[in-house]
Ligand binder design. Sequence first.
Ligand code: ZN
Length: 467
Amino acid sequence: MATLTFFGAAQEVTGSCHRIESPALGSMLLDCGMHQGGDAVERLHQEDFAFDPETIDAVILSHAHLDHSGLLPRLVNEGFRKPIYCTAATRDLLEIMLEDSAALYERDLERENLRRARRGRKKIKARYSMKDVARTLQLCQPQEYGESRQIGEEATLKFHDAAHILGSAIVELRMRETGKEKILVFSGDLGKSDSTLMSSPAELEDASLLLVESTYGDRNHRMMGDTLGELKEVLRDTWQDGGNVMIPAFAVGRTQELLFQLGSLYQQGELDNWQIFLDSPMAIKVTAVYSRWLAQLDEDVLRALRAEGKKTLETFLPSLNLSVTPEESMAINKVKRGAIIIAGSGMCTGGRIRHHFKQRIWNERNTIIFCGFQARGTLGRLLVDGVKQIRMFNDEFAVKARIETLGGFSAHAGQSELLAWIGNFNSRPRVVLVHGEPRAMDILSEKIWQQQQSAAETPRLGQSVIF
Ligand code: ZN
């Protein structure tokens, strides 16, 4: 008997963390992600693990995004010392993600404690530190796609390409119990099949239980070809209006896809004379990791780069400026027109993009392009939903910039791609949906019913399923 319990990403899209317990395997976590949105310090100090970290035998990490990996250092701080299985590229990205996240946490905590000191209240103790990040990275045991590893007395683990971001994996766990084999397949986050940068998600056929993400269970994305057409049009219009373009970008995946697409337009002579700024130290580091692992990306990427004699994503787009320091970031404010500014955070919950909004969101010549999922409660979601006034930095700003959403850049499979991926499995496995908002899950469940006459389960936080 195996038990799967959901500690996050249950009827929501962040905080991916599930525990699997079985005699063949012991007790392992699938991901150890952080809830996102709102105040990070508050969240880290209000939420406790619903289990004892010392009792976990291993963590199987699907990919480096913080909503799947962000609580690993805290797990280590609270006593976890066992292996973390992930791909080698995930390990490289994890280092950047966790260090950045820890630095932000330390900064915010210091601010909070200063506020408390001023009010004569007790300081709060850090839940983890940079030391725990280093320890976390030491626990990583890289494993390639397709390689089978014995991870319990009667259990093996295999990763397959999920084509979501660099290094992302679909997890296949095979367990033997009283002579019978059980197969748990966890989709992790599944990529789009027509993404230009990534290959397609691996198609698997065998599973007893299928744990599937459902971020876009309620809709299909535009095809990549249409999206590129839209991108070209929006850029052309804004160029002609003498405006600037701001792109809130996720540092991992979307940014690199965007750089590659802008590079392709440039190489084809279809890009006006924009000055392009990548204004995010983290995205700059991540892009360097992508350039190091080009062989894991879609083969068309390598081909396109080679055709221009380029060896990195950065050099494929010669008009790209990398803004590392705050001074370099602020210097972008002097550019009056013709700037494309790519800055984090992707959902505008923090980061440099808000400073660029402050400079430019109230001017109708400018355009904001969203190219990724905007979760409820984030500034990005408000803008996508069409609010006309926003509050930032204790001030009000009119939203006059044109707002565009380009769905084709999403790093997640759309509804029909999820259904096709589920449909590949033989003998209709039991399907459990995670990583989606309730509406998306309901609509996807309905479609799964139509496709294979079996009901998908949508567990709540803290619930378990036995298989
Ligand atoms: Zn992800």
